[in-house]
Ligand binder design. Structure first.
Ligand code: ACO
Length: 348
């Protein structure tokens, strides 16, 4: 029996195979997600700031978002999503070798949220660290995690995108507060002999645009002080139009890069999961890439922008609802603060 690498049509297209790649394929063997119970609707926001359901829906496509309870932190959301993925994969905490959490809203500057999750899910053997690539974090974390599977360093890696964006949202600023939500999504990475999983992933960044979308204070540049609190510098600041324009261009470019590497046409992709920030951004990217409506997975209407959790939650929903089944080709594409962007093609 030939090794799986030489049996499958897509794997020979994988650039790692072309470059005499000797690693083993990395599959996502299970996914899970969790969103907090409390739902904040556009009608609720109408009572908080000068806005309207009509404005929010027509400009963003968002109808409601989930908001964590005051005593619920990012690690709590992350651990719940992780436990769901672990149950589906049929693994216990002891079997996890590495935990990577992508977040811009860690429980605290240190220890890492990944270490807090390790304790909550009983993954005593696991190494744990966070990565920060804003809304692109989940794909960045997938790409990092898969290296450890391919190189045979680890057997099981847990990758999580988790955010409590409500903790950095200025609830008096109508320009931003209507956009964001809280939640978490998790994926278990393992090598599966009969599948090729992540065919390729691509990551990019443009640090010159850092100030377009940021939380200005609370770090070493502007440590927390009475003044920074008074000036509301611990909340998200965003130039919406500049973000919009760059998001469309970067996600289109990122998608084309992974399609080119795998020698795939967009029409061959079963399910496209873009970062869920704004329905208009999704539609603009979809139009440029020639994505059919039946290929697109969209849930921004129910969750808003959950940053690093966004595509992870959507992936879990798409799998749970049967939109993605074994053997399907899935395209993920994301864009976020930094600016950062990333894409991946997965054979499910
Ligand atoms: N309700 C009512 N009116 C509003 C609201 C609101 N919630 N927010 C803004 N407005 C007003 C503005 O004040 C402006 O009024 P003015 O003309 O009197 O000044 C008017 O609506 C138009 O504002 P625009 O900025 O032109 O609206 P636009 O069509 O650009 O939509 C939006 C704004 C939705 C923010 C859009 O620019 C966008 O989605 N940008 C990308 C945002 C995004 O995706 N961010 C996340 C990126 S990923 C990450 O890493 C977090």
């Amino acid at each position: 029996m030939p090794p799986p690498e030489s049996r499958h049509p897509h794997f020979v297209k994988n650039p790692r195979a072309l470059y005499d790649f000797k690693g083993r394929p990395c599959a996502i063997t299970a996914v899970g997600s969790y969103v907090p119970e409390r739902i904040l609707t556009n009608a609720d926001l109408e009572r908080m700031v000068e806005t309207s359901d009509e404005w929010i829906v027509s400009r963003t496509g968002i109808r409601e978002r989930h908001v964590a309870a005051p005593d619920e932190a990012t690690s709590d959301l992350a651990a719940k999503a992780a436990l769901r993925a672990m149950e589906r994969a049929g693994i216990t905490g002891d079997q996890i070798d590495l935990i990577i959490v992508a977040t811009v809203t860690p429980d605290m500057p240190f220890p890492s949220t990944a270490c807090l999750v390790q304790e909550k899910i009983g993954a005593r053997r696991a190494a744990a660290f966070d990565i920060e690539a804003a809304c692109s974090g989940f794909i960045y974390a997938l790409e990092i995690g898969q290296q450890f599977i391919q190189s045979r360093t680890y057997e099981t890696v847990l990758v999580i995108g988790a955010e409590k964006l409500s903790s950095v949202t200025d609830w008096t600023d109508r320009n931003t507060c209507v956009l964001f939500g809280d939640g978490a999504g998790a994926a278990i990475l393992q090598s599966r002999p009969d599948s090729h999983g992540l065919l390729t992933a691509y990551m990019g960044a443009d640090g010159s645009k850092g100030s377009v979308l940021c939380v200005p204070a609370g770090g070493s540049r502007q440590p927390s002080s009475a003044e920074t609190v008074q000036q509301r510098l611990h909340f998200i600041r965003m130039d919406g139009k500049e973000t919009f324009k760059n998001a469309v261009q970067a996600m289109q470019g990122a998608a084309l890069e992974v399609l080119r590497r795998c020698e795939l046409d967009i029409s061959e992709i079963t399910c496209v999961i873009p970062h869920q920030a704004n329905r208009r951004i999704i539609d603009a990217v979809g139009e440029r890439l020639g994505i059919r409506a039946d290929q697109l997975y969209v849930n921004v209407d129910r969750y808003g922008n959950t940053s690093a959790a966004s595509v992870a939650i959507a992936l879990d929903e798409a799998v749970a609802s049967g939109r993605i089944v074994r053997g399907n080709l899935v395209l993920l594409m994301v864009f976020g603060a930094g600016f950062t962007w990333a894409s991946a093609i997965i054979e499910w």
